[in-house]
Design a protein around this ligand. Structure first.
Ligand code: NAD
Length: 499
């Protein structure tokens, strides 16, 4: 399916204009594929005001009915799965199979949220006072501002949008400036669902298209109750204090530096498969990409040899082609960061395998690279920082406790895993003295989470949780209610106050 066909199927032609200020480049060949109009900064005030009005109406619709809108959105996504997946690939460069996975994740999120809309329950709590009842109720929060990155241009928004909508909130979305077409497509599909759903107010979800300045507008506005920001730790370090300074709520999903321990008893074939998918897959551009492996001395040489062979055989190329497993990096600056990190790692004593630019003759303006495997003598500062590219640093270990301590000795705390057949090692890794990450797996790589669990990580990853489990609570406000049905007025803690 070509770009024009995708635009037409998703009815996006109307947004393309030669005078548009936002230039969209496809990482597939580096060419400009469209110009669209950004949101004028002087319109933001009006948009936020509209969003406030939408919230006031939407919060009064019963939650299960709100869930019906999300269910309808899921139907639109099912109908346009192939179109949206193609657009994601064209705009952010991931292989079509993974883009389909991204849309499937959105569909799963719709199903999950539709069911959850009947389960937004609070507790009843025994009261210390006779003939009293205590309970908690959950109420809609307000406007939710979503700031999203380029690498999951649709799914990150949908995690936030599906939950926010059933929770009774209105939405303002500032997508990555690198992927505005995918955002427009999502907005259109949601609008189509809204069209079939009479109870939805106007302006329930609106887009703010532009660069970080647009994001700052949301961050600084005290009418936005929750800022859900996904992106680099650098971005989070700017956003978090600003939101806190106005006592807003923030949900931060920031950078990762995900590790794996491969123990002597590991199934090495399984470990190697998981390593290649999670370190090289998506061209290393997932927040959960595997970036560090700690391999036991006794199996180090064998596993490294196997990985090099697998890396050499990886089909890298145009991500719309069937057999391709690795597409391009997003842009030139991403390629430059990768080369800088490899140079530094080499200076630190690392032995670099792969990492070179390829297909330059065919695509002079695009950045296709071999994934890099770097054998490091120790965990240097380069290893400890996230480079958003396919670089995997391999290190040896001989003592299990030392491996855990090295694993945790980074600023980020997103995803982690161990490959072992030793139940004690597995349980220790998952225990309080094991991995300090928000996601910890056994015999599964660190990337490719299911939506049913809470997703997110601690330390410089930001501490936010979204998607499954009880993440919905971040999108609502909690009230504790005490009801007196006696004819007395007993005070808590037995205090006497006979005025
Ligand atoms: P980025 O931080 O450059 O941009 C993310 C978004 O933040 C963009 O929409 C950008 O315009 C906006 N932004 C940047 N500075 C801002 C500011 N000062 N105020 C308001 N908005 C601002 O990230 P990216 O390059 O698009 O994405 C890659 C990064 O995202 C990686 O670090 C990756 O680990 C992280 N990521 C994290 C998760 C997660 O769930 N933890 C998921 C996906 C990506």
């Amino acid at each position: 399916m070509g770009f024009q066909q995708v635009l037409s199927n998703l009815k996006l032609d109307q947004y393309i204009t030669p005078s548009g200020t936002l230039r969209v480049r496809s990482p597939l060949d580096g060419e400009e594929i469209a110009r669209i109009g950004g949101t004028p900064l002087d319109q933001v005030e009006k948009i936020i005001h509209q969003s406030q009005n939408a919230f006031l109406k939407w919060r009064t619709i019963p939650a299960p009915k709100r869930g019906e809108l999300v269910r309808l959105f899921g139907i639109e996504l099912r109908t346009h799965k192939e179109d949206l997946a193609h657009l994601i690939t064209l705009e952010c460069g991931k292989i079509l199979e993974e883009s389909r996975g991204e849309v499937q994740e959105m569909i799963d999120m719709c199903d999950f949220a539709a069911g959850l809309s009947r389960q937004l329950y609070g507790l009843t709590i025994t009261s210390e006072r006779p003939l009293h009842r205590m309970m908690e109720t959950w109420h809609p929060l307000g406007i939710v501002g979503i700031i999203s990155p380029f690498n999951f241009p649709a799914a990150v928004w949908s995690w936030n949008a599906c939950l926010s909508l059933i929770c009774g909130n209105s939405l303002l979305w500032k997508p990555s400036e690198k992927t505005p077409l995918t955002a427009l497509a999502c907005q259109r599909l949601l609008n189509q669902a809204i069209h079939h759903f009479e109870a939805a107010p106007e302006h329930l979800q609106q887009l703010l298209l532009g660069n970080h300045v647009m994001g700052e507008k949301l961050v600084d506005d005290s009418r936005i109750s929750l800022i859900s920001a996904t992106g680099s730790t650098r971005m989070g370090k700017t956003v978090a204090p600003k939101v806190a300074s106005r006592f807003g709520r923030s949900l931060l999903e920031l950078g990762g530096n995900n590790g794996m321990i491969v123990a002597p008893s590991a199934d090495l074939n399984l470990a190697a498969q998981a390593i290649v998918f999670s370190a090289a897959g998506t061209t290393g551009q997932r927040c959960t990409t595997l970036r560090r492996i700690f391999i036991h001395d006794s199996i180090y040489v064998q596993l490294i040899q196997d990985l090099k062979k697998r890396y050499k055989d990886l089909p890298i190329g145009h991500p719309l082609k069937d057999r391709t497993l690795l597409g391009p990096l997003i842009d030139a600056s991403s390629f430059q960061s990768m080369q800088d990190a490899l140079k530094k790692a080499h200076q630190d004593g690392g032995i670099v395998f792969g990492g070179k630019r390829i297909l330059e003759d065919k695509y002079p303006q695009a950045y296709y690279v071999e994934p890099a495997l770097v054998e490091m003598p120790e965990q240097t500062s380069t290893v400890r920082s996230e480079t958003f590219a396919p670089i995997l640093y391999a290190m040896r270990y001989s003592n299990f406790e030392e491996a855990i301590s090295l694993h945790n000795d980074v600023a980020q705390g997103l995803s982690s895993c161990i490959f072992t057949s030793d139940i004690r090692e597995a349980e220790i890794f998952l225990s309080a003295r094991g991995s300090d990450c928000g996601i910890a797996n056994v015999n599964i790589g660190p990337s490719g989470a299911e939506i049913g669990g809470a997703f997110g990580g601690d330390k410089e990853t930001g501490g936010g949780r979204e998607s499954g489990s009880d993440s919905w609570k971040t999108y609502m406000r909690r009230a504790t209610n005490t009801i007196n049905f006696s004819s007395q007025l007993p005070l808590a803690q037995g205090i006497k106050f006979d005025a």
